[in-house]
Design a binder for this molecule. Structure first.
Ligand code: AMP
Length: 278
């Protein structure tokens, strides 16, 4: 049974009972419109911790002006059915007022990594993510929390947040779940028109081809510029396409450390992100 819980007090009471029974607790934070990517996080959580909480909260503080906060899909009943099918113990679905009561004033600055790549295009995004994730950690006090590599920069920022603020939990990364044609699953894929959906897999295909040519020793600047042009020619409007150190996100130059390709591009009105280990 997946129980829907809407207040922090009720959530704490449930988790306290688990703790008393010496059961470990895993948290999977999401914004809902759940898909197989989220279910992969849940499966990983269930393999690692005895009890699992999946939060569904479309967090207003991580959306910038003009972004898709209002139109973001909200389908809590469908989400609950999927969580039931996949064996989550609790669906935590707080209201905005429960998370940000009148007079809420505290903010979190996640540091310099929040200013580059995604942060350059969404300047307040990672502060909002860090705030809501911290609040969720405080509400649940989980042993482990599970995050997708789909949001690669977010994962690194949260690892850093936990380390720098001595938060006593483990952050577990989960690999990207993709459609058969390579498109990374995302709640935002639902915005794509039929025509755009056909074009969308080119984003991951570009990363795969680029990783191969970098490995073969092609000049990175030329390879990246060509790949960007190919995306543009197919109708994408890239915000960035970068080859970075997989830990620091500083520009990569060689293969002495693990590296990652990261991309964000608009296709019509939909903004897609993806990344690939080189
Ligand atoms: P979201 O609901 O989009 O905010 O995502 C909630 C969590 O699910 C984040 O940790 C995401 O990185 C993760 N996630 C979203 N899509 C995927 C995917 N295709 N594969 C793996 N994890 C994902």
């Amino acid at each position: 049974m997946t129980e829907k819980v809407e207040t922090i007090a009720a959530l704490r009471a449930r988790v306290a009972a688990w703790r008393k029974a010496e059961q470990s607790v895993g948290l999977v934070p999401t914004m809902g419109a759940l898909h197989r990517g989220h279910m992969s996080l849940l499966a990983t959580a269930r393999a690692k911790t005895k009890r699992t909480v999946v939060s569904v909260f479309v967090n207003p503080t991580q959306f910038g002006p003009g972004e898709d906060y209002e139109k973001y899909a909200r389908q809590i009943e469908k989400d609950q059915a999927l969580l039931e099918e996949n064996g989550a113990d609790i669906l935590f679905a707080p209201s905005v007022g429960e998370m940000y009561p009148e007079g809420f004033a505290v903010s979190i600055d996640p540091g310099p990594m929040a200013k580059i790549l995604e942060g350059a295009f969404r300047p307040t995004h990672f502060a909002g993510v860090a705030l809501v994730v911290t609040k969720l950690f405080q509400a649940v006090l989980p042993d482990a929390a599970f995050f997708g590599e789909k949001d690669y920069q977010q994962l690194l920022i949260i690892q850093r947040l936990v380390r720098d603020l001595n938060m006593p939990l483990e952050i577990v990364p989960v690999p990207i779940v993709r459609e058969e044609d390579g498109l990374a699953l995302s709640s935002r894929n639902a915005y794509l028109s039929a025509q755009e959906r056909k074009t969308a897999p080119l984003l991951s295909a570009t990363l795969v081809a680029l990783a191969k040519s970098l490995r073969e020793g092609r000049d990175p600047a030329t390879a990246l510029a060509e790949a960007k042009q190919q995306l543009e020619a197919a109708g994408f409007l890239p915000d960035y396409l970068e080859w970075r150190d997989a830990q620091t996100l500083y520009p990569a130059r060689d293969f002495s450390h693990p590296t990652r390709l990261l991309v964000a591009a608009k296709l019509g009105t939909t903004r897609l992100i993806d990344n690939w280990g080189v």
